[in-house]
Ligand binder design. Structure first.
Ligand code: TTP
Ligand code: MG
Length: 268
C-alpha cells in the first residue's frame, strides 16, 4: 500500500554561508572545511547558488523504518544480495561504543541525563550516512535522521524524560540540518508490527542494553510511527510510504520482501 506521495521538498541544499551572525573569519573557515569535505561529491546548483550532490537526481534512496526489532536489518540483508544496491545498516555499534563510552546503554539507564547525549550522536551518525557519497544506483538504509527525531527524540520529550532545554537544542540542530543540507529520500518502507511481536523478538535477541525495555516503551514508539507514517498527522513525511506487514515468521517475511521487490526498487 502506497500511503502518500510527497517528495523532494527538502532536496536542496548547503547555502553559501551568508548568515549575518557569522563572522567573516568563521565564514571562511566554515566554507573551507565544507569544501574539503564535499569536494568531488557536490556541485553548486545553477538556480539558487545551492549545493546538491552530483548525480543525485539519477539515484534513489530508500529508508527502512519500523519499531525496535521489527526486522529492518533482516530486510536489508535480504536486499544486500541484489546487485546495484548499496545497503547501509544503522550505526548501532557506534551508539554502543563512541571512544570507549556507551551512550545507548547510558540512555536506557538514565534517559533524563543521557537522552540528549545519545540523540545528538544518533543525529550526527545518521546525517553522516545521508550525505555520504552513493556507491550504487540504489541505496537502502536502516532508518533515517527523520525517525531519530520524529520518533525517538519526540518519545523522550513527550514521556517527560527529556528536559525542555535539551529538546529545544536538539530541535534547532535538526531544523538547521534539514533546511540547509540536501537529504533526499525517494521511498520509505515501513515494516509494520505489533508492539507485542517486537517485545518477543527483543527478548529472544537479548541485546544487553535493551533488557530494560518494557512493552509500554515499544507501544509508544509504535504509536508515534503510526501517527507519522500511516495517519500522517504528526510530522512531515519526506517520501511516499510502502507498508509491509511484519509480524510474520522469517520465511513469510522473506517471501513478502520478494513480492515487494519491484515496488521497492522502482522507487526512482
Ligand atoms: P533500532 O533502530 O530499532 O535497530 P534494531 O537493529 O534494533 O532494529 P531491527 O531489529 O528492526 O533491525 O535501534 C537500535 C537501538 O537504538 C534500539 O535500542 C533503539 C535505539 N535508538 C534510540 O534510542 N534512539 C534513536 O534515535 C534510534 C534511531 C534508536
Ligand atoms: Mg537493525
Amino acid at each position: 500500500m502506497i500511503v502518500n506521495s510527497f517528495k523532494g521538498l527538502c532536496r536542496v541544499v548547503l547555502p553559501l554561508y551568508s548568515h549575518k551572525s557569522l563572522s567573516t573569519n568563521i565564514l571562511v573557515r566554515h566554507r573551507a572545511a565544507l569544501g574539503k569535505h564535499l569536494l568531488g561529491h557536490w556541485r553548486s546548483s545553477t538556480s539558487h547558488g545551492k549545493l546538491v550532490r552530483n548525480g543525485e537526481g539519477k539515484k534513489s534512496v530508500i529508508c527502512l523504518e519500523g519499531n525496535i526489532a521489527s526486522g529492518k536489518t533482516t530486510c536489508l540483508e535480504y536486499f544486500s544480495k541484489t546487485s546495484d544496491i548499496e545497503v547501509l545498516t544503522e550505526p548501532v555499534s557506534k551508539w554502543r561504543n563512541v571512544q570507549g563510552c556507551n551512550p545507548l546503554g547510558l540512555m536506557y539507564q538514565d534517559p533524563t541525563r543521557w537522552g540528549l547525549t545519545l540523540q545528538t550522536y544518533v543525529q550526527l551518525t545518521m546525517l553522516d550516512q545521508h550525505v555520504s557519497p552513493m556507491t550504487a544506483p540504489i541505496r537502502m538504509m536502516e532508518r533515517s535522521i527523520y525517525s531519530a527525531k520524529y520518533i525517538f527524540v519526540e518519545n523522550l520529550y513527550k514521556s517527560g524524560k527529556m528536559p525542555e532545554v535539551d529538546f529545544a537544542v536538539l530541535s534547532e540542530w535538526f531544523e538547521w540540518i534539514i533546511k540547509n543540507i540536501s537529504l533526499p529520500v525517494d521511498l520509505i518502507v515501513y515494516l509494520q508490527t505489533s508492539p507485542q511481536t517486537c517485545h518477543e523478538r527483543l527478548k529472544q535477541r537479548c541485546r544487553e542494553e535493551e533488557k530494560v525495555i518494557p512493552l509500554e516503551y515499544l507501544e509508544s514508539i509504535h504509536n508515534l510511527y503510526e501517527d507519522w507514517l500511516i495517519h500522517q498527522k504528526s510530522f512531515h513525511v519526506p517520501a511516499p510510504v510502502l507498508v509491509i506487514p511484519a509480524d510474520h515468521d522469517l520465511k513469510k517475511m522473506l517471501h513478502q520482501f520478494e513480492e515487494n521487490r519491484e515496488k521497492i526498487l522502482m522507487a526512482r
